[in-house]
Design a protein around this ligand. Structure first.
Ligand SMILES: [Zn+2]
Length: 83
């Protein structure tokens, strides 16, 4: 049966279902009796979900300028008007 350390090393493969049946059963067996690892796995799942949710496309130019203005407190210097 895997130790807590083994589980922490196997957690990614476990969540991505890349373990052998034997490895998977070992982790399941450990989780049945170990609160700490159950919490750890639950946190990992949540983190993975949050990362997946935050995968949005980069903002457009307008948004970028608005943010830059907010950060710098003024409009970015405009190019000299064509005279
Ligand atoms: Zn454990």
């Amino acid at each position: 049966m895997p130790t807590c350390r083994d589980v922490s090393e196997l957690v990614t493969d476990y969540l991505e279902r890349r373990l052998s049946v034997r490895g998977w059963l070992g982790v399941r067996w450990h989780l049945r009796q170990c609160d700490a690892c159950r919490r750890y796995i639950a946190q990992m799942r949540q983190t993975i979900r949050l990362l997946a949710d935050s995968a949005f496309p980069p903002p457009g130019t307008e948004t970028e300028e608005t943010v830059l203005r907010a950060v710098h407190g003024s409009a970015p210097p405009d190019p000299a008007p064509g005279e």
